[in-house]
Design a protein around this ligand. Structure first.
Ligand code: ACO
Length: 412
């Protein structure tokens, strides 16, 4: 009994697309990628121009609302985000309940969901399921407020996840600093008078944040939309995205790159590592991308930023190994044939390491800016014409056909 039977309950056309290689689930106006040409644009603006001329928060406005802000619009956005960076003091107890060695991404994911418990005004289960889909002025204002809260508090939660591991007191978000300046302050401030983050490091982190702000329908943005499509509150949807980002094939890759480089050690060990990758015994972390079939355009900007940072922090001892690995892979037939080139994570981990962040904190430095992209996609979906359709893919059933229940004593 129970011979496998395909689609026994339903007939008709069904497309199987493992990993969604060819499935477009929506129309989007946010981010454009040409993976063959190595092009990335946010709302039409080339990433190279934004990285040099814009800032993370200005780009956040652009991604979420569709156009670059006027001075006045930016001021309001900036002030609201910074104003909403403060967290209820109860969150301190919440963070203290984690183990001293908890992974920061586990804390971050949990904390984002926890945040939702404070804002019943933003919960469609309580306020009516059309809370965010109505698109009227009141609904848009509630939506804006959650956007300010999530972007503002992301840095504070991330800094708390950092400090709780070090057994340090938490720092209230300061006033008068930039978004990344405030973040660095909350992490590094040890009570010194007139403490200010290093402006080069502050700027470098801002560029990295801007580069990580969105990347169209990556796994985590898709998770936010999948979760958000049930009309759950945005804190829960963003927490789900954060969980997706945690994995080593996505946001965990920058952490994996450093572990890989440490395991390789010296540049002379690179050839043996490359051979192990080709035998599929190892993975070259920070290489390859579902969409880019050439170098990830962000990787060039990150590489340049790394040089700026090393001028302040000193040269990272893993840089030579990274460069040897990069050069060896780029001229090896195995990688050329498969169009494998560095992605944004190949170099970013080296910057974070040089700045003194622990390895397992790197994905958090990806999650904080990516909150922006998640919210841009979430807002677009909530406001799309025709309303939200719950994301419910189909499967191709290949399990047993009908069979009858056998009482436990009669089973062989
Ligand atoms: N090292 C060695 N071989 C690789 C790598 C790699 N990093 N990436 C892909 N390949 C090989 C695959 O084994 C496959 O070979 P085959 O055709 O002989 O079987 C071929 O290249 C195609 O790769 P896929 O796995 O089909 O590509 P996919 O689009 O499914 O995966 C992914 C993309 C997950 C990013 C993959 O390249 C990978 O695992 N990279 C390492 C992890 C990483 O850096 N992730 C960060 C992604 S970017 C980001 O999230 C910001």
């Amino acid at each position: 009994p129970g011979e496998p039977e395909e689609n026994e309950t339903e007939k008709g056309l069904r497309v199987s697309d493992k990993g969604f290689l060819n499935t477009a689930v929506l129309r989007s106006e946010i981010t454009f990628i040409d993976g063959d040409a190595g092009v990335l644009r946010y709302r039409g603006y080339p990433i190279e121009q934004l990285a040099v001329q814009s800032s993370h928060l200005e780009t956040a406005y652009l991604l979420i609302y569709g156009s670059l802000p006027s001075k006045a619009q930016f001021q309001v956005f900036h002030d609201e985000v910074m104003h909403h960076s403060v967290i209820h003091s109860d969150a301190e107890q919440f963070f203290r309940s984690f183990r001293y060695d908890a992974h920061p991404m586990a804390m971050m994911t949990t904390a984002l969901a926890y945040l939702g418990s404070y804002y019943s005004e933003a919960n469609p289960s309580l306020q009516g399921q059309n809370l965010f889909t109505r698109g009227d002025a009141a609904s848009l204002a509630i939506m804006d407020k959650q956007i300010y809260r999530l972007i503002g508090k992301a840095t504070t939660l991330a800094a708390m996840a950092y400090r709780v591991r070090q057994g340090r007191e938490f720092v209230t978000p300061p006033t008068g600093l930039s978004y990344t300046g405030s973040f660095l302050y909350q992490m590094d401030h040890l009570g010194q008078e007139n403490y200010a983050p290093n402006p080069v490091l502050e700027k470098a982190l801002d560029v990295l944040f801007l580069l990580h702000a969105d990347h169209e329908l990556n796994a985590s943005a898709t998770t936010v939309l999948q979760t958000g499509s049930s009309l759950v509150d945005p804190f829960s949807a963003v927490a789900a995205g954060c969980a997706s980002l945690y994995g080593p094939l996505h946001g965990g890759a920058n952490e994996a790159v450093i572990r890989m480089l440490i395991s390789i050690g010296k540049p002379e060990n690179v050839p043996a590592f490359i051979e192990a990758v080709k035998k599929r015994e190892k993975v070259l972390s920070g290489f390859g991308h579902r969409v880019y079939k050439t170098s990830d355009p962000r990787s060039f900007i990150v590489r340049k930023t790394a040089d700026e940072v090393f001028k302040i922090t000193g040269r990272d001892d893993l840089l030579d190994t990274a460069m040897a690995l990069h050069d060896a892979a780029m001229k090896d037939e195995y990688f050329i044939k498969r169009k494998l080139a560095p992605n944004v994570d190949f170099w970013s981990g080296l910057i974070y390491r040089a700045m003194g962040f622990p390895n397992d904190y790197f994905p958090v430095l990806f999650a904080v800016p990516r909150v922006v992209g998640w919210l841009a996609h979430w807002r677009q979906m909530m406001l799309q014409s025709g309303g939200v359709k719950i994301w419910r893919p189909r499967q191709i059933y290949v399990g047993p056909g009908k069979r009858d229940y056998v009482p436990v004593d009669e089973r062989i």
